[in-house]
Design a protein around this ligand. Structure first.
Ligand SMILES: O=C(O)CCC(=O)C(=O)O
Ligand SMILES: [Fe+2]
Length: 209
């Protein structure tokens, strides 16, 4: 799908510096959600995030997916692009996956992108049960573009934990987060520009243990 809108960050001819990743994860802050689950926020992990946003905005094959809700087919409130094979992805995404693989000890070999076109696009409460069937998993997501709220709450309800990932930040969910917790990126009332999330996945975590 071609997105018929001007590039939000200036376009390919920008003099923006080449993107770099912090392989040391020096800014990582881990929060234990409970005895078995954690979330880590790594602010400023990727520098040059706007150039990466522009590249993905232009080059990814964005799809409008549908899902069935209460017996009706509805459009998902975001666009998605998937790379099941990282050799087909823009090289910067392969670098992202490699750095995460080395740091977290999980072989990340595929990913999907979400494009939140504006503040009314969202992802509802869910666990990544389709991409992680293990009891414990490590699920990283990289934010590009506008800042949005990222929420986590226990599967049986209870107060939510809020993270504010900005462009270039990582949010990594670990332990039993995909089973015992739910996460979401809610719609917001204040207008915002577009955001892309790079959701990095591992075939090894797809298989149940
Ligand atoms: O946009 C995000 O940061 C999270 C997206 C997400 O949770 C998903 O696609 O499963
Ligand atoms: Fe998710």
């Amino acid at each position: 799908m071609t997105i018929d809108a001007p590039l939000p960050f200036g376009g390919a001819d920008d003099d923006a510096a080449a993107p770099t990743l912090d392989d040391t994860f020096a800014t990582a802050r881990r929060v234990d959600l409970d005895a078995h689950s954690w979330v880590e926020h790594v602010p400023g992990w990727l520098t040059g995030a706007d150039a990466v946003f522009d590249e993905l905005w232009r080059s990814a094959r964005w799809e409008q997916r549908r899902r069935t809700m209460y017996g009706r087919r509805v459009l998902e409130p975001r666009l998605t692009a998937e790379y099941r094979d990282l050799t087909q992805a823009p090289p910067v995404l392969a670098l992202v996956a490699r750095s995460l693989t080395v740091h977290y000890g999980v072989t990340y070999d595929r990913l999907w992108l979400n494009l939140y076109r504006h503040h009314r696009d969202s992802t509802g409460w869910h666990g990544d049960g389709a991409s992680t069937r293990r009891r414990e998993s490590i699920v990283p997501g990289l934010s590009l573009g506008a800042g949005r709220r990222f929420l986590l709450r226990p599967v049986d309800g209870g107060p939510s934990t809020t993270i504010h990932p900005a462009a270039g930040d990582l949010v990594v969910m670990g332990g039993r987060c995909q089973r015992d917790w739910r996460h979401s990126v809610p719609k917001q009332s204040t207008p915002s520009g577009p955001r892309i999330s790079v959701n990095v996945a591992a075939t090894s975590q797809f298989r149940p243990d």
